[in-house]
Design a protein around this ligand. Structure first.
Ligand code: ZN
Ligand code: ZN
Length: 199
């Protein structure tokens, strides 16, 4: 037993902060500690809030996919040239606070989409949550990446609607980019295969 080496107070102190001499050290420590205390306590939470703080969304583990959307509807909705949408299994998401829904019925996406916003401050903060259908994102919530206000937040995995991208914005090098949304079945399957199961 490694009990003496990994008291809980030290684990809590180090998770997500660092304090290791190398990435390899950190990995070994993490694997060791995970075997000792179980994975739940080492799982990082990402917490999103609306502008006024009335809505708080706690997400367990890491998101996938993380879309960077350059469509003009997201530009108007967010008031920003680019929107970040991060997806988690619904079971890993806790939404607190009151939200109102707005459904856009037309537009570049070609299908209705409902967005939930804080009625106090207007922040558009979550969407998705469908439980029926065969789209890869059924069973998942999308959360606005900017609402985590975290410079360490995972970077986008895909960039969509690049045809209306502001020219000074670019996705991280190597990110798959699409002129509009992705309709290629091979891409859909690739995303589906990488979607994370609930923790
Ligand atoms: Zn608010
Ligand atoms: Zn969009």
């Amino acid at each position: 037993m490694r009990t003496a080496h990994y008291p809980r107070s030290r684990i809590v102190c180090h998770v997500g902060i660092g304090g290791f001499e190398s990435a390899a050290d950190r990995l070994l420590w993490t694997l060791d500690a995970r075997a000792y205390i179980g994975r739940d306590e080492l799982t990082k939470n990402h917490v999103a809030e609306c502008h006024c703080g009335q809505v708080k969304i706690t997400c367990r583990g890491e998101p996938y996919p993380v879309f960077m959307c350059n469509c003009t509807l997201c530009q108007r909705r967010t008031g920003s040239p680019v929107h970040i949408g991060a997806w988690w299994p619904m079971a890993d998401v806790t939404i607190e606070g009151e939200t109102k829904a707005f459904t856009r019925t037309t537009g570049e996406q070609g299908r209705p989409a409902t967005f939930n916003f804080c009625p106090e401050c207007g922040t558009s903060i979550w969407w998705g949550g469908q439980t029926e259908g065969d789209h890869p994102l059924v069973g998942y919530y999308g959360i606005a990446g900017g609402c985590f206000a975290d410079p360490e937040f995972p970077p986008p995995t895909h960039s969509v609607f690049e045809r209306t991208k502001h020219p000074w914005i670019s996705a991280p090098q190597g990110t798959p980019c699409f002129a509009a949304t992705f309709t290629d079945p091979a891409v859909m399957e690739e995303i589906r295969a990488k979607m994370r199961k609930p923790i």
